[in-house]
Design a binder for this molecule. Structure first.
Ligand SMILES: Cc1ncc(COP(=O)(O)O)c(C=O)c1O
Length: 384
């Protein structure tokens, strides 16, 4: 009898990030596609990792994460948002935000539950919801501004709605929440059983003086939210895969039940290194907006000399741009063409939608790059 191979995620292939990065490598293109910096982790942090390996911090850590790191996370949250979080009962260190997302969906979503996802959306949400037996309900962000249409979100809430996923600063568009967004979200979930999953991995990348509107700032929302962040983004260390999840005790308890069987713990010496670095360089996250705003501005000045149309991104290290003055190609073909023919790899934004808007011609650039990389990419893009 032929073996029947399960196909639990029939829509899913290799992620666009892998596809575009591979293509960029094959063509020797400048890779502005996948979201990672081309500069290194701060040297003292790398040295701390080395030291902790040498000191023998190489075995399993506590399932929740080492206490010194959880303490530093609480202090960071206190400094950034003036909010106090319980170090033992409300913070869990995870293997990147990806693991936290997966554990959160697995723990909170049951068969038949609906989870509202705002498209374009980070690509791991929908598959993780489906594997938990849930049904993603996709609502598009408003064309052009990529703001949330809260009335539209309200219109799809049913008795089966279990969770709303929000992501500010937003990948792929760079859009950020205003205080009114938190209030609108609160108005939807207040007094209901609906949970909020707030993906805040770009929390320290907001520009032009705008404060990040963390769900943790909102006393009401916070009580029914799981907030996820990633040191990979904040410390230029995407390959280290260390993140964390913050939620009230009852939610954290359920979350940890999954986390303990998914990963049990996160790489121990990296946790020690982060704990030391957060203590010795407490301002690194607070200074990150200035660091990335300079890059955003350099990138925007460069892109302003091309035929792309865009508004400088208010957050993240992504810049979306409309290429309709350059080409009529659909965005996946345009991205491929730009990579193979002009040596700049980008991400087509349509891949972040379940139903991509028909006429949208937008690609995403990652500007977490050295000035020289940005200048070289600019020279190529100016020729289009
Ligand atoms: C919105 C968003 N959430 C989660 C992640 C995953 O973060 P990590 O690398 O820490 O798993 C990413 C990474 O690009 C992201 O952009």
């Amino acid at each position: 009898m032929a073996l029947t191979i399960p196909n639990k995620l029939p829509q899913v292939g290799t992620t666009i990030f892998t596809v575009m990065s591979q293509l960029a490598n094959e063509c020797g293109a400048i890779n502005l596609s996948q979201g990672f910096p081309d500069f290194d982790v701060p040297k003292p942090l790398r040295q701390l990792l080395h030291e902790h390996c040498e000191q023998g911090h190489n075995q399993y850590s506590p399932m929740t994460g080492i206490a010194p790191l959880r303490e530093q996370i609480c202090q960071l949250i206190e400094r950034a948002y003036s909010v106090s979080v319980n170090v033992d009962r409300e913070v869990t260190v995870t293997t990147g935000a990806t693991e936290a997302l997966y554990a959160a969906f697995s723990a909170m979503v049951s068969s038949g539950d609906e989870v509202i996802v705002l498209d374009p959306a980070y690509d791991s949400y929908a598959p993780a919801i489906e594997l938990a037996g849930g049904q993603p309900v996709h609502i598009p962000l408003i064309d052009g501004t990529f703001a949330v249409d809260w009335d539209r979100v309200r219109s799809v809430i049913t008795p089966r709605t279990r969770m709303i996923v929000v992501n500010s600063p937003h990948n792929p568009t760079g859009a950020v929440f205003r205080p009114a967004d938190l209030e609108a979200l609160w108005a939807l979930v207040k007094g209901t059983n609906i949970l909020v999953l707030s993906d805040e991995v770009y929390e320290f990348m907001t520009y032009d003086g705008q404060a990040h509107q963390s769900v943790l700032r909102h006393e009401g929302l916070r009580q029914q939210a799981l907030v996820i962040s990633s040191f990979g983004k904040t410390y230029h260390a995407t390959g280290w895969k260390v993140g964390y999840m913050v939620a009230p005790e009852a939610l954290t308890r359920e979350f940890r039940k999954v986390h303990q069987f998914l990963n049990f713990c996160t790489m121990t010496p990296a946790q020690f290194a982060y704990a030391d670095f957060l203590r010795s360089e407490p301002n690194h996250p607070i200074e990150l907006p200035d660091f990335y705003q300079a890059k955003r501005d350099t990138f925007a000045t460069m892109l302003g000399q091309t035929r792309f149309k865009f508004t400088p991104a208010p957050g993240t290290y992504f810049q979306c741009a409309d290429y309709s003055d350059i080409s009529d190609l659909p965005d996946t073909e345009f991205a491929r063409w730009l990579t193979t023919e002009h040596g700049v790899a980008v991400i087509p934004v349509s891949v972040f939608y379940r139903d991509p808007p028909k006429h949208q011609k937008v690609v995403r650039f990652c500007f977490a790059k050295d000035d020289q990389t940005i200048a070289e990419a600019g020279a190529r893009l100016c020729q289009l």
